[in-house]
Design a protein around this ligand. Structure first.
Ligand code: PLP
Length: 373
């Protein structure tokens, strides 16, 4: 009989895809975690030119091309309140691999990883795959992560805690004060803070800050990607930023699991990061309009929704049977419990879809809400 590893047996394939399939082909899909915009033309061109010039045929350096890492380094200098030299960056296969190597390199069997619940599904799964023990922490009423709750969850066995702002699935954006607190907790408890910043540019109210700006030690690993900012989910290009020793340890995992990120994607990412940023601004403006449209609709239906201040998700509290009713009527949304036990009673609605479709979906949700009341 096949004997699978205990680690892999603790993880199951995400059920989100089954929800999509159950809804049928004509359904309006508000379940997706990717922007409905094209990758910027200059990024596509850069990959095509690199391929045509024969520059993308071979492995790159394990950490990624120096030019890409210089572009990421310049991006941090431009957009974030911290500096990271190219040697302290590893280009990865999306934010997903970045999270994976961060956890693999830092978590021993039996050690705990603290993360938000509801939260992005990979935190629990990758903790299991690293042999660690998941420690989900419930969110505040406004669906932000409370630094106090994180601090309470930290024990001698904690290997890391994860902060994700703006957040999937809630759209919550942590305040600067919270980020300062996360940095203090990392420093005081000498525990690693993994800051997942893949939605950093999609902020409508307030501003994105990183614990990396405030921690005075090397206790933060920043995870980021081109996926959401540049609508490049299919290209698979992300990165980690960290101190020398942490980068060296994560490189050990990356080197053997991945060798290097896809070379054509590295050229596209370099162009996306260093080229014009106006498409990002246009996308964020479109998301903000749709967020307002959706929030107005949900509020008219009487569904309480903590105001999402970033990303492209809203997470209303919904009555029992609501998700099933909405899906039956042809709109895909994801049940909150897909993101952790504290997600029960909520639904995640992605508004990364056209405005007309979103309006139609709001009407269908309105009918579904009346039907289940
Ligand atoms: N982190 C969060 C919070 C996400 O929502 C996602 C994707 O949905 C990722 C990381 C992974 O992104 P990527 O497509 O770059 O692997």
């Amino acid at each position: 009989m096949t004997d699978f590893s205990e680690r892999v047996e603790q993880v199951s394939i995400s059920g989100i895809r089954e929800v999509f399939e159950a809804a049928g082909e004509d359904a309006i899909n508000l379940g997706l975690g990717q922007p409905d915009f094209p990758t910027p033309e200059h990024a596509r061109r850069a990959a095509i030119e690199a391929i045509e010039a024969g520059k993308a045929d071979a492995y790159t350096s394990n950490k990624g091309t120096l030019e890409l890492r210089e572009a990421i380094s310049a991006k941090h200098e431009r957009d974030n309140g911290f500096s990271v030299p190219p040697e302290n960056l590893i280009a990865t296969s999306g934010g997903s691999e970045a999270l994976h190597i961060a956890l693999e390199a830092h978590v021993d069997p039996g050690e705990e990883v603290v993360y938000p619940d509801p939260g992005f599904v990979s935190y629990e799964a990758l903790t299991h795959l690293a042999g660690g023990t998941p420690k989900p922490v419930a969110l505040r009423e406004d669906l932000t992560l409370d630094p106090g709750a994180v601090e309470n969850a930290i024990t001698d066995d904690t290997a890391a805690f994860v902060v994700n702002s703006p957040a999937n699935p809630t759209g919550a954006v942590q305040s600067e004060d919270d980020m300062r607190e996360f940095a203090r907790i990392a420093d005081e408890h000498d525990v690693l803070c993994i800051s997942d910043e893949v939605y950093e540019h999609i902020v409508f109210d307030g501003e994105h800050r990183s614990p990396m700006e405030f921690a005075d030690s090397d206790n933060v690993v920043v995870v980021n990607a081109c996926s959401k900012t540049y609508s490049m989910t299919g290209w698979r290009l992300g990165w980690v930023a960290a101190s020398d020793e942490r980068i060296e340890r994560m490189l050990r995992v990356h080197q053997y699991a991945q060798a290097c990120a896809s070379a054509p994607a590295q050229y596209a990412a370099e162009a996306a990061l260093s080229g014009p940023q106006d498409q990002v601004e246009e996308m964020v403006a479109a998301f903000e309009e749709r967020r307002d449209l959706l929030l107005d609709g949900l509020s008219d239906m009487g569904l309480e929704t903590p105001t999402p201040r970033g990303a492209f998700y809203a997470m209303p509290k919904v009555p029992e049977g609501w998700v099933e009713e909405v899906i039956d009527r042809g709109v895909v949304v994801v049940p909150g419990e897909a993101f952790g036990e504290h997600g029960e009673g909520y639904a995640r609605i992605s508004y990364a879809t056209g405005t007309e479709e979103l309006k139609e979906a709001v009407e269908i949700m309105r009918e579904a809400t009346e039907a289940v009341r």
